[in-house]
Design a protein around this ligand. Structure first.
Ligand code: NAP
Length: 303
């Protein structure tokens, strides 16, 4: 691991490099996920509203300009929080835009209880609600949270295509999809991003990642830090991380960033200290030796 660009380098998400979503919406590749700003199960309002506001603003101060959310977080509570904390979405003295990616199409019925809901009228209502809570006239990136097996994707995305034509959505993405589904969706509307569960030890979407890479589609791995499960002392990455002078979460994030130029990790946290630690991963470059050691661990043990 080359620590000259390591965790002690200038703390800024810009060190992760940039990616142009849809070819024209440039973001720093290391983003921030907001699901963890509310209690487990994505149900209810933030317990510490001021703390969550500070955290979002600190992320922006640290150069994070790609923020992932969803209408289903709360529901709508996290979008409302983001709107209050960050609108009108500028950073760097007001010069640079902050891109907020939201999602719709997953109805939230209770703690950790949700169901795909892709009926056009519902999607339209949810887009209108996202616009209202995020305090914007156009959503930068709207992602179909899940394809509803009961509704043809052409109908769901047909409505989204109309909303795009009406100027209410700039770019469209998908979540938890395979290559066939992406290709089916692309017949209806241009797709600029795919958000699937993926991390060092969970790589069932490797083929989707490769597809995204060849097509210039952003790949947004959710669960990028394995929800902090490996960060505890004594985990299987603990020794390797210590030897290379980084934290386990930094190791996981640096691996993702180095894995592909279309990778846009969105680690989530409720704590400023963890946010700062995670942003520092933007500047960590893994050495060939560290990369090899990680490969060995990967081949032994998928999560
Ligand atoms: N598309 C989808 O279906 C989908 C599903 C789930 C999530 N997402 C999105 O993906 C984002 C990230 O996914 P995720 O939240 O499931 O997983 P994650 O980012 O891998 O893990 C977040 C958890 O890890 C802990 N953590 C973060 N940084 C840490 C650090 N440096 N040291 C120790 N623990 C740390 C956090 O706890 P602390 O609060 O204690 O730091 C938090 O509970 C979400 O916020 C959401 O935006 C999308």
């Amino acid at each position: 691991m080359d620590m000259s660009h390591g965790a002690n380098a200038k703390l800024n998400a810009a060190a992760s490099g940039t990616f142009a979503l849809g070819g024209d919406m440039v973001v720093n590749r290391l983003g921030f996920g907001t699901m963890r700003l509310i209690p487990d199960g994505a149900w209810g309002a933030p317990q510490d509203r001021e703390g969550a506001t500070r955290l979002l603003r600190r992320a922006v101060e640290l150069g994070v300009n790609f923020i992932d959310t969803a209408d289903a977080y709360g529901p709508q509570e996290v979008e409302r929080l983001i709107g209050e904390a960050l609108a009108p979405y500028r950073q760097g003295g007001g010069l640079l835009p902050i891109v907020v990616a939201t999602k719709g199409g997953l109805a939230r019925m209770g703690p950790a209880k949700s169901e795909p809901l892709g009926r056009p009228a519902y999607l339209r209502q949810q887009v209108e609600m996202s616009l209202r809570y995020l305090k914007v006239e156009r959503l930068d990136l709207w992602q179909l949270h899940r394809i509803d097996p009961k509704v043809p994707v052409e109908e769901s995305l047909g409505e989204i295509s109309k909303l795009q034509a009406e100027g209410k959505i700039r770019h469209v993405g998908l979540s938890e999809v395979g290559i066939e589904e992406i290709e089916q969706a692309r017949k209806v509307v241009p797709i600029v991003s795919v958000q699937n569960r993926y991390n060092l030890f969970e790589r069932k979407h490797e083929a989707v990642l490769m597809y995204c890479e060849t097509q210039g589609i952003g790949f947004i791995p959710w669960y990028p830090a394995a929800a902090g499960k490996l960060a505890a002392p004594g985990s299987k990455l603990d020794g390797l991380a210590k030897r290379h002078g980084v934290s386990v979460t930094q190791l996981l994030l640096a691996w993702l960033l180095q894995r592909s130029p279309v990778m846009l990790p969105i680690p989530g946290t409720s704590k400023v200290a963890h946010l700062e630690e995670n942003v520092a991963a933007a500047g960590v470059k893994l050495s060939a030796e560290a990369w090899r050691e990680l490969r060995v661990l990967q081949s032994r043990d998928e999560l």
